[in-house]
Design a binder for this molecule. Structure first.
Ligand code: ATP
Ligand code: MG
Length: 273
């Protein structure tokens, strides 16, 4: 079971793009994957144009069944969307005992239904970020090519340590992922060096970079996933490589994309389950 929070306290670094694309890469490799949006901006629902009947707040506060709150967006891939209610939910969680463990407790009974859970978070230090970190234990940090993004990554590493110490839960910044990388910009080399230094300072591996790619914007405008718009997109190739290295870092046996046979077998297993 892989649980992964995608976080950087700086906004606009590619967290949501990374969460959606890595979740899809995992799903396409045969991992039964759940993508969770804990950002009150509800960016995943907006990007994929989803209008579910129930959202994260309904699952957490009203204790609806997970299967009644998720939307299947591709084979092996379900999404639990966020919306503005997420903010009210966070305020309610504030008053709860053991508040940092709320996600962990809510999802516990459903973990066997998934091989991977990917959680997208808002670009801020928030209680929901703490809940997501405690639940996921692993944090993947996208870093875009500006110095503030590196500072945001540093702040996320610091939060992981602080939260881990205060609630005595293991939280590991599992990798840094350079995003929106355009080698033609002078600043890129400078920022990449800073990312490498940050990785070395905290013994966090740096994954292969994600190049700037206009297909990402095109897919978002079409409210579709990258692979469905352009399966040969250069950024998808990069995300695929990053996913392979991420799985190696996490120590997960690397499954290849399911063949028709394994898909059939998986379908049969799901039906018989
Ligand atoms: N590799 C890329 N190439 C080109 N554009 C990209 C790439 N990755 C992300 N983008 C674009 O950058 C913008 C910010 O991306 P995204 O929404 O994923 O960031 P975020 O960190 O989730 O933002 P927020 O902090 O607001 O949640 C979006 O317009 C997205 O389409
Ligand atoms: Mg986002």
């Amino acid at each position: 079971m892989i649980k992964l929070m995608i976080g950087n306290q700086k906004g606009g670094v590619g967290k949501t793009t990374t969460a959606i694309t890595i979740a899809r890469c995992l799903a396409d490799r045969g991992f039964r994957t759940l993508l969770v949006d804990s950002d009150p901006q509800g960016s995943i629902a907006v990007t994929l144009k989803l209008r579910p009947s129930n959202y994260l707040a309904d699952f957490i506060l009203n204790q609806l069944r997970l299967q009644d709150c998720v939307t299947e967006v591709a084979g092996n891939l379900n999404v639990l969307c966020g919306n503005r209610e997420t903010t009210a939910m966070e305020q309610r969680i504030f008053t709860m005992y053991g508040r940092e463990h709320v996600f962990q407790n809510a999802f516990r009974q459903y973990e066997e239904e998934y091989d991977a859970i990917v959680v997208d978070v808002a670009p801020s230090i928030s209680l929901l970020q703490a809940c997501s970190m405690v639940f996921c234990e692993n944090v993947l940090i996208p870093v875009s090519m500006d110095t503030l993004s590196v500072s945001g990554a540093g702040a996320t590493i610091f939060s992981a340590k602080t939260i881990s110490d205060s609630v005595r839960s293991p939280i590991r910044p599992v990798a840094l992922l350079p995003t929106i990388v355009n080698r033609r910009f002078g600043l890129t080399d400078v920022v990449m060096k800073m990312v490498d230094q940050l990785g070395q300072a905290y013994s966090i591996p740096v994954l292969p970079s994600i190049r700037t790619d206009q297909m990402i914007g095109k897919a978002a405008r079409a409210h579709r996933m990258l692979v469905d718009v352009d399966p040969k997109a250069k950024s998808l190739e990069d995300y695929d490589q990053a996913t392979t290295q991420l799985l190696e870092t996490l120590g997960v046996a690397i499954a290849n994309r399911p063949t028709a046979e394994t898909e059939q077998a998986h379908g049969a297993a799901t039906i018989s389950a």
